[in-house]
Design a binder for this molecule. Sequence first.
Ligand code: FAD
Length: 411
Amino acid sequence: MLVRIERIVITGGGLAGLRTAAELRAREYAGPITMVGAEPHPPYDRPPLSKKLMLGEVDSTSMADDAAGLDLDLRLGETATGLDDGLLRTDRGEIPFSALVIATGAAPIRLPGPGPQHVLRTIDDALAIRSALRPGTRLAIVGAGWIGAELATVAVARGGLVTVLEAAQAPAAAALGTAVGGLLAPWYPAAGVDLRLGQPVESVQPGGLALPGGGWLDADLVVTAVGVRPCTGWLAGSGVRLAAGHRDAVQVDAQLRTSVPGVYAAGDCAAFWSGRYGQRLRVEHWDTALHAPRVAAANLLGAAEEYDPVPYFWSEQFGHMVQFAGHPGKSDQVVQRGDASGQRWALGWFRGEPAVTAGADGIKVGQLTAILTVSQPRDLLQGRRVMEAGRPVDTGLFADPSMAVRDTVAG
Ligand code: FAD
């Protein structure tokens, strides 16, 4: 059933915004679509910014061609500032809407201090870092998460002298936990990167970083990569509920509806209710920005679909293709597949006691909640399918890397 819509407004001209517009057109919505994007650029892809673009292999990641065929009223360099009963306020005026999709993404967190500090979110950020990075540049990266690791990878390849400072005891600890994140730590020194774990940074100063207790690190170039916050400040007073436990992301239900009728949200700015995991999730990854808009667009036009994926992301670092799918619980048990000091390995998280039990025949069966693969894309694909189907897994077989993941399904 098609709902009568006069004008659809999309705030944010990133992947989620673009995909929303494309999905609306694919569903034969022929009415006006206005896209308000704060950046001066037409939509572009972000993952290559820390990879091919940083390496100098490409200079643009534009998706302008995709946008061109969608008959959009594309308002670049215009920022949404407020929302009020069918009216979007921007820094240039007001736009009435009958339905709105919030896709304003997220922006990097910065450290205190008066020193020059780069972040890596936009193409302008990436080009600025790339041009400042020369052979012999002393680069300090704050944060050993995905972006920090990818930038370190490219920076050493370009001849930079790279130090990564991480407050946690392991890289990617927020996503993987300390024990699993620790398996990635040897990649840094092997690539010639000075990784300093358990090292918080106090502030960015001219010429370097101030460390707690009077410590200091000289740096020619500082890039802060300590995470992002959803761009939702402009929604204050709008009635759109934000999720306090998710850095004030827009709170949406399983159908991606906000607390205001006719207003939806998707991508990095949103925290959606997942029936699969029985909790709210904020997934700041490309796959979510790609697929959630299909559901938002369908529902906006009258459907009642749910977005309930097994979340997925990838990262390319230190010569490894790292892929992750799922959502592990804190007490889940980790089962290793292959030697983590090798080039190709994987591991799975299994729901903790009492779900992992010794069956009558002594077989340990568990529910796979997440899988991490290193240059093993087939394991990732099969593991994701097993999780989507909710099939129990024989953890003993899973631990054998010669077994295909799909063949470890029990019963
Ligand atoms: P965004 O891409 O952030 O787009 C939101 C847009 O809205 C921005 O242009 C912003 O300027 C605009 N905006 C904000 N506020 C307003 C406002 N008030 N009014 C109007 N416009 C506004 N994910 C992976 O899974 N794998 C990867 O390898 C990977 N690599 C990445 C590398 C980099 C360098 C970065 C930055 C991200 C990477 N990601 C990766 C994450 C992925 O790119 C994001 O999850 C995805 O871009 C989110 O899309 P989005 O449209 O929700 O938000």
